[in-house]
Every structure is written in C-alpha cells, then in structure tokens.
Design a protein around this ligand. Structure first.
Ligand code: NAG
Ligand code: NAG
Ligand code: NAG
Ligand code: NAG
Ligand code: NAG
Ligand code: NAG
Ligand code: NAG
Length: 925
C-alpha cells in the first residue's frame, strides 16, 4: 500500500529517545520503526531501527489490509495525558534535513476513536495529526537546518484517543539543497511534492531519490488533489538521462515524466495543507520531447490574483540551456491560499503546449525559540541524564512543559517552578538552578544533595525554597537575605554549619533549619567562645584541657578555617523558627534503637580498625552514616565519654570526616560519622581501581589540609598518631578526608604527652617516637610521608614481596631509589607516564620519607609539606594546559630537560635533604 496522502506530508513522533543515527545504510539516514522489536532492512534497502530504547509509551501490533510493509505492522502509543513524549535524534549541526513522521492508526486500541494530537519539533508546534481513516498512512514532513547536535520531536496535547506514531525518519541533505534566506528563523513544512506524468500511483522515493524524498504520483486518487485537470492533458515520458545536478536535485526518474497541455493549457486545483500562509514554491521543468526544428514551447504561469507573476515566459530548452536538462524556476516567498488553482498556458506564438515535470510547495513555519531557560535547564538535566525525569526531551516549557516544571505564559516562557522532591538527586546543587531567573518556587527536598547552597541572588522572584532532608553542607548563604520576595525557606535536616545570617532570622519568613547539628543561630564573638571554654574547664572536667578543642585562630592560615569556625550551638535538633535558646553543650546523642534501625541491626560491616568495627547505616531522612562501635573499654564512665565526644564534635574541617554524634548504651560506645562513599585511599592504591597522578595529588592536598588543621587549628594541637592510607577516606568526588582523629587521645590516659602505650600502625610509625615515646606533630608528618610514598609507588607500607630482598619497608626501599637518582624505579606503573616527572620529584623529596631519619626538629611541618604538594599540583596544571594547546611533546621534553636543575634548586630551600645531598650521603640511612 502506498503512502497515500503524501501531498500533505507531515508529521510524526515524540518522547525521549536518543536515537542513534550513525548506522543507517545511507550516511545521514535514520529510520525508526516505532514499536518494532528488531532492526531490519526493507525491500528498497532502507535500514529500520527499533525504538525499543524509548523509555515511554507502549508498543502495539496492527494489521491493515494490503499494508505489507513491516514498519507499518507496529506502532508506539502514549498515554492521553497532558505531557509531551519526545524522541531525541542526533543530527549534524549546520546541516539541512528532511524529517518525516508517519502515522497508521490501524485501530490499535480497538477503540475506533480516531486519535487527534499535536506534533512539535523542539519548541515549535508543527502540525495536528487528525486520523480520519484507520488504514491510511498520515505523513508529515519538515525541512530544517540543524542548529544544535540533537533535535527533539514530541507528541502532545491529545485531544481524542491516544497519541501514537508509526515511523520517524531523518534524511540529511547535501550542499545547498533547500537553502533559503530564512532558514535560521523558519522551518519548511512540506505541503506538496508532485511527480507529474507518473507511470503509476506509487510514489518515487529512495533509491531513485538519493535523499528519499517522497514524490507523490499525480495519478493518485484523493479528495481535492489535482482536480480540474484541463482537457488535452497528456503524459509524456523518456528514458534518456536528465541532467538534474543543480539546486534541489530532483530525481531523474521524476524528471523523466511530465504532463503536456496538448490543447494549450495545464490546469490543476489542490488543497494545500497548512495554508494560507507564506510558502516556498518551485516547479521543475526539463524538455523531454524531441521538438521539430520549427517547434517552440513557450508558456506562462497564471495564478488568479497574481498578475505580476504571469509576465514571465518559460522556454524550457532556452532556460535550461539544452534538452534533458533541469530548469527550476520558483518563488522563495509567496503568499498562497488553502485552495490553490493554477494554470500554465502557452503563449500565442508557441507551437506546443506547456510541459510540467514536477513541483514542490512548502510552507514557512516560524520557529519558536523556546524557553529562555532552555540552556540552563539543559545543563541541569545533563547532570542527571540517567534519571527518567531527565528524559522528557524537547523544550522545558513548549509546547507543553515537562512534568516537573511550570512555566509562565510569555511568548518566550520562563520556568517559574521546579519540583524535584525525592528524586534521588546527588552531588552538589547545580549552580545552573540559580540561572533560572524567573524561578518562584524551588523544590529540591528529600534528595541526597550535598555541598553548598548556591547563590540565588539572580532569582529575584524566588518565594519558596525547599532544600530540606538533604546532605547540604557549608553555611547558609547570606545572599538569601537579599531575595526580596522570599517567604518560605526550608533547610532542615541537612549538615549546614556556621551561623544563621541574622538577616534571615529577622525577616518575615517561614524558616525551618532544625536538624543541622552545626548550624547555630547567632554569630558569637571570640571572647564568648573563650568564656564557654573557660567555664567548662572550671567546672572540673579535667579532660577538656587535654582533649582538644578547636579554636578559630585568627592569625595565619586563615583560609583553612573560614568555613570551620568553632561551633557553640548545640548539635541537637531544634525547631527553627522558635528562637528559644535550648543550648546544651553536648554532642548529638543517638538512641541505640536509632542506631540499630539505621544500620539494620549492624548488618553491613564496612571496615575495622584499631578502635573498633565500622558499620554502614542510613538515617530515616536518607542521610548515610558510618557507625564506629568502639572496642576500647577505657572510657571511664558515661560522663567522661560524652564530654570527650562533645569536644570531638567541635572539630570541623572539610578535610576531616564529619563527626555527627555518638551513642552510649551500657558498655557499648559508638561514634557516628558521615559516610564516605569511596572508601579508603588504601583500597584505591592497591586495589584494581587506579587513580591518576593528578587525583592523587589532590588527595594528598586534602589530607594535608586536614592534618594541618588538627596541628594548627586546634588548641591544643591534635596529633593524629595513626595516619595511614586506610584512615584517608574518599567521598563521592574522590576528595579526601582524614578519619579517626582524636581517637588515640580519647582512648588513652590523656594527662600527659608521655603515653604508656605507643599507638600507631607498623610501617607508618615514626621511629623516633617509637624510641623516645615523645609525641609531637612531627610524628604525623612522618606517617604522612609514608602515605606520599605510597601515592607515588602504589605499594603498601610494609610488604614481604614488593621491595626486594632484605627490605620490607617502603621508606628504606624508596630511599635507596631516590638516593641513586632512580625515581622512575618507584613510580607506580599504573600511572602510565601520565604525569610530569617534576611534580613527582617534589613529592618524593618532601613528603616522601626524605626526612624520616632526620631528627624531629628538622623535619618539615605539615604546612610545608602542603605547600610542596600545591606546587606539584601547579606543575601538573601547567603541563596539562601545555598538552591541551597541542605542544605536549615540546613541553614534555623541555620539562624533562629542566628537571634535574629544578629539583636541585628546590632541594636547598627546605629542611629536608635535598636531592644532591642525598646523593652525597648515600648510605646515611
Ligand atoms: C538496531 O540498530 C541500532 C543502531 O543501528 C543499534 O544501536 C541497536 O543495537 C540495534 N538493535 C538490535 C536489536 O539489533
Ligand atoms: C487490497 O488489494 C486488493 C487487490 O489488489 C483489492 O482488490 C482490495 O480492494 C484492496 N483492499 C483495500 C482495503 O485496499
Ligand atoms: C491543545 O489543543 C487544543 C485543541 O486542539 C487547544 O485548544 C489547546 O490550546 C492546545 N494546547 C496546547 C498546550 O497547545
Ligand atoms: C553529496 O555531495 C557530494 C559532493 O558534493 C556527492 O559526491 C554525493 O554524491 C552527494 N550525495 C548525494 C546523496 O547526492
Ligand atoms: C481545445 O481548445 C479549444 C479551444 O480552446 C476547444 O474548442 C476544444 O474543444 C479543445 N479540445 C479538447 C480536446 O478539449
Ligand atoms: C515573506 O513575505 C512576507 C510579506 O512580505 C513577510 O511578512 C515574511 O516575513 C516573508 N518571509 C517569510 C519567511 O515568510
Ligand atoms: C532511588 O535510588 C534507589 C537506589 O539507587 C532506588 O532503589 C530507588 O527506586 C530510587 N528512587 C527514586 C524515586 O528514583
């Protein structure tokens, strides 16, 4: 069965499918068999692809008499709801395409209510599909210039029945075919493409037309299609080749047939779908009769009401500069009626009547630019590309908005409401939300969003913000105060810290910020903090003096502390807008049943260490936690334990694993921490998941910052005492945080720095500390140096196999290599040479155990090590930029040649042994 109503060819499909165009048999061909289960090649050689990957809609099989084409045995249909359902197709930007959608109803729903619905391309309404016959294929075609790498074709606005689609086809054009001056602003909706003098009712298409346009036969019987044909109209045809390679390149087969007005006229009348409107109309002529030497063929077009147009005389042979050659006159912008009558009449001096081979009429369809927020929302959606809500496709607002979006009714709409509550969102809140400048309501509650709250200053209409029940950290931005229309702000049950901006508390605002254990109400002055601490000490809680309380230190290193100020507000849940001062100086106390529920009775063990076993848990609000059940029984009494953990809870730094609270039940003491998704550095170093050198540097930097805070941001300083690769934890973004700080202290008698038991882990333990039992922050630096060596080499600290004979220890092994100048010998092969050797030298020299046997007082501080790591990061960044700029070979070479020079220079400036000194004293260790 042919595609009958080709004249009015239009339309087709929708919903979100990322269609892969790459495999079609013709480059630039995509043919979707909607609802089909398998790919297949049809009898004319078109490769049809199943749309099985589409997430929406259901498939149905149909059977229509005399319709044997396989693509018309199935279709895909969609719910008759208020949504739109889109297919997204890959295209080549700046290329012109023919887009074809076809619809064969076939009574798929056994309903016989003929469906009526809309089809759109991107934000532009394309056509309304009206089914009026269960066994006729409705066709819609559109010619467009692709301006982006994908297009979305959407079905929406079901008026009756269910929207459905049978095929969706994309055909790429060549060269300047269908170029118009208006193509960036208008699509061309195909209204008529007629092959005159056709030898059958079958259309001409691929392979006769390499672009698979469908040239409808003029002998097709259809209402109001080519009626009022003049008497004396005859078919003529030829088998000779026709030269067609110009302009629209109509297929030769179409040009080989024509109609001739033997009595002097050709007349036709037809309905033009989509008109009245402005259109693009061309006629295709080629002289395919052998006229005698005296014979002429000259004629004019006569359009009622267009007297000017009738002046031009067509003389095909002359215009085409020969027989069997294409002449293609036309109008690039012509106002046309719905019912078009036209006549070609021979001139009085012409012997032969007019000849017509083909014609084509397309309507200009003005493009809708779509929502002003299209770019920003597309970015947001791209971060969540695997979520089903992100698959809706097309424009966020037009022709109908996505299910989770509301838009205003401007011609170029803006998004006014986003509802993404409970959608499993993770990661930071994309800052692109803040670019939706028309936003009035934002609902992102009950997800797993982390990181800071972005700056919504640009969204001046924001009225209602729901961010509750996430894992947001950082401070409440004071920019929220400046939102003139803000009426409701919900941020409860996050991990926000810092102080409530006072402007927010004073505002006429419904505000809930409870359940943020580190968020306090008012900014306290430094003296106030001191008073509280003084009081505590005075109250006789002895341990407080020795255990650590972290003070905000104003001088030096300030940048590491600004987000981590001392938090005096009680980490208990509070209802926010009641401003009652329910301060208690206690860490948040979880009940045992809370812990039991969240860990499902300690079901999943995720680690164990010197202080106990760690279990995974998930709080009711979705927050993931790690519960450490302490094995130590050295905590003397309830009160002491809770005092200690209270102090622990005051240690906040973004590179320290966050302490959330504790639980004490009988003899059992538990500490609750934030859950770190990527486990320990140890697993990544000698597991199968290798991380590149640059990421390793970032991890080293993070860890060093955390340690620096313990050493310098807390008074008295906290010495970790058990730094090792299994105590460096990695979050979702592979950023590192130090864990288990403060525990050694907590677990031993804290009165003196001379501990009765040396704690630490073999391989990481500072030998000097071991001998002297004198604990200083330099012991941590030693252990950290071991970790740096592990980052370079990917080896464990102690191993019987890795380091050759007579050497079990990474420090000795690395030293041997470094001293002999063989740094390559210690580099982890899984780094694949993807590094700048200079940055490895930096780390090897400083952090590595360059200093382990040096005396403690000459060992660098963690801050110096941190600076070295940051220098190494800079080196890698510069190298990466150079590589990106295409001179990678050059820069690698020059870096290598400057390498030794550089490392020697820097060697002399620190407290560690420099490279040349090491060589000079080879056997010193
Ligand atoms: C059909 O073809 C597409 C693209 O050519 C391909 O991605 C898909 O895997 C194929 N499906 C089947 C069932 O072969
Ligand atoms: C199907 O084809 C047969 C023979 O070609 C014809 O007689 C019949 O009318 C056709 N049926 C329909 C519904 O077009
Ligand atoms: C849907 O179609 C109806 C009738 O065809 C029309 O009135 C309405 O405006 C359309 N809605 C949209 C969003 O286009
Ligand atoms: C597209 O154009 C190139 C060169 O301009 C030509 O070689 C090729 O055959 C054309 N493709 C089609 C399908 O006509
Ligand atoms: C041809 O045209 C003449 C006048 O224009 C008319 O009288 C005659 O009937 C026409 N012939 C046919 C076959 O229609
Ligand atoms: C065509 O002409 C009309 C009237 O001159 C004009 O309004 C319109 O913008 C033109 N272009 C298109 C693509 O319709
Ligand atoms: C959220 O993710 C979990 C696990 O990935 C899944 O089981 C659950 O169905 C998701 N919920 C929603 C609303 O997508």
């Amino acid at each position: 069965m042919e595609i009958k109503p080709l004249l009015l060819s239009f339309f087709f499909c929708f919903i979100l499918l990322l269609l892969d165009a790459s495999k079609a048999q013709m480059p630039g061909f995509v043919s979707f068999d909607c609802g089909g289960k398998e790919n297949f090649t049809d009898e004319i050689g078109l490769e049809w692809t199943s749309d099985i990957k589409l997430m929406y809609g259901e498939t149905a099989g149909i059977s229509v008499a005399n319709e044997t084409r396989r693509q018309y045995q199935t279709l895909r249909h969609f719910p008759a709801d208020s949504r739109k359902y889109c297919y997204t197709l890959n295209v080549v930007s700046r290329s012109r395409y023919l887009l074809r959608a076809t619809f064969l109803y076939g009574n798929f729903d056994n309903n016989n209510v003929y469906p009526k619905f809309d089809i759109s391309l991107e934000a532009t309404y394309w056509s309304t599909i009206v089914i009026s016959d269960a066994s006729t294929v409705e066709v819609r075609e559109l010619i467009f210039l692709a301006l982006s790498p994908t297009i979305s074709v959407c079905l929406s606005n079901a008026t009756t029945g269910q929207p459905f689609i049978s095929t969706l086809e994309l055909r790429q054009f060549n060269g300047s075919i269908y170029y118009t001056d208006f193509e960036e602003l208008y699509y061309l909706s195909v209204s008529a493409r007629i092959n005159f003098g056709a030898d059958s009712e079958a259309p001409v298409r691929y392979p006769d037309d390499p672009f698979d346009r469908i040239w409808e036969s003029d002998s097709l019987k259809r209402a109001n299609y080519l009626v009022d044909v003049a008497a004396g109209t005859e078919k003529v045809s030829t088998r000779k080749p026709i030269y067609v390679n110009s302009k629209e390149v109509p297929p030769q087969k179409v040009m080989q047939t024509a109609v001739e007005g033997t009595n002097g006229s050709l007349t036709y009348r037809l309905n033009l779908d989509g008109f009245p409107g402005f259109g693009w109309a061309v006629t295709y002529f080629a002289e395919i009769e052998d006229l005698g030497p005296d014979e002429t063929r000259k004629f004019r077009l006569v359009l009622p009401g267009y007297t000017d147009l009738s002046k031009a005389v067509v003389n095909i042979e002359e215009n085409a500069q020969g027989k069997y050659r294409l002449y293609e006159p036309g109008f690039t912008n012509l106002s046309l009626p719905f019912v078009l009558s036209f006549r070609f009449g021979k001139t009085s001096d012409s012997i032969r009547g007019p000849l017509l081979n083909a014609m084509e009429i397309n309507r200009y369809l003005e493009k809708n630019d779509g929502s002003l927020d299209g770019v920003s929302i597309a970015k947001i959606v791209s971060y969540y590309s695997s979520s089903d809500w992100a698959q809706e496709g097309g424009d966020p607002c037009l022709p109908v908005p996505w299910s989770w979006v509301q838009c205003n009714s401007d011609p170029q709409p803006k998004i006014v409401k986003i509802t993404l509550s409970g959608k499993n969102l993770t990661g930071n809140i994309p800052s692109d939300f803040a670019k939706l400048t028309g936003l009035v309501e934002l609902w992102l509650d009950n997800n797993s969003l982390s990181g800071p709250i972005p700056d919504f200053t640009g969204c001046v209409d924001l009225k209602i913000i729901h961010l509750e029940n996430n894992q947001l950290t950082g401070e409440l931005p004071s920019s929220l105060m400046n939102l003139p229309n803000l009426r409701e702000l919900y941020v409860q049950n996050n991990m926000l810290s810092g102080t409530m901006p006072s402007g927010l508390l004073n505002k006429n605002l419904i505000l809930n910020y409870s359940g943020n254990i580190n968020l306090r109400e008012g900014r306290k002055s430094g003296s106030h903090m001191n008073i509280i601490i003084g009081l505590s000490v005075g109250a006789g809680v002895l341990l407080i003096a020795t255990i650590v309380s972290c003070l905000f230190m104003s001088k030096g290193k300030k940048r590491y502390f600004e987000q981590d100020q001392l938090d005096h507000s009680p980490p208990v849940q509070r209802l926010v807008s009641s401003k009652s001062e329910v301060h208690t100086e206690a860490a948040y106390c979880f009940t045992f049943s809370e812990i039991e529920d969240s860990t499902r009775k300690f079901e999943k063990k995720i680690g164990s260490g010197g202080f106990g076993v760690v279990y995974y848990g998930k709080l009711k609000d979705g927050k993931e936690i790690a519960v450490k059940v302490l094995t130590s029984n050295s905590f003397q009494g309830k009160r002491e334990f809770s005092n200690e953990v209270t102090l622990l809870s005051r240690i906040h730094h973004r590179n320290l694993v966050q302490f959330l609270g504790y639980c004490q039940e009988g003899e059992r003491c538990m500490l609750v921490y934030e859950f770190m998704h990527n486990g320990t550095l140890k697993e990544h170093l000698y597991g199968h998941k290798s991380i590149n050198w640059f990421k390793r540097l970032l991890i080293a930097e993070d860890a060093a910052k955390g340690i620096e805070y313990l050493h310098t941001g807390c008074v008295p300083a906290i010495i970790h005492r058990d730094l090792k690769s299994s105590n460096i934890l990695l979050d979702k973004h592979m950023r590192a945080k130090v864990s288990d700080f403060g525990l050694s202290k907590l677990a031993v008698d804290g009165a003196s720095h001379v501990s009765s038991v040396v704690r630490g882990t073999v391989g990481y333990l500072d030998p000097e500390y071991y001998i002297s039992q004198q604990l200083t922050d330099k012991s941590d630096v030693y252990s950290f140096g071991v970790i740096l060596l592990q980052l370079i080499s990917g080896h464990e600290a102690i191993s019987n196999e890795s380091f050759g004979v007579n050497c079990r220890n990474i420090v000795q092994w690395a030293k041997l290599h470094i001293e002999s100048g063989d740094i390559q010998g210690i580099i982890d092969p899984s780094l694949h040479e993807e590094f700048d050797i200079q940055s490895i030298w930096k780390i090897a020299e400083k952090g590595s155990d360059v200093c382990p046997t040096s005396r403690m007082h000459t060992r660098p501080s963690i801050s110096e090590v941190l600076k070295e790591i940051q220098d190494a990061i800079t080196i890698e960044r510069v190298a990466a930029v150079a590589a990106r700029e295409g001179n990678s070979d050059v820069s690698r070479t020059s870096i290598h040649s400057s390498l030794n020079q550089g490392s020697m220079d820097s060697g002399g400036t620190d407290n560690c042994l420099s490279f040349d000194e090491s060589i000079a004293r080879p056997a010193a260790r």
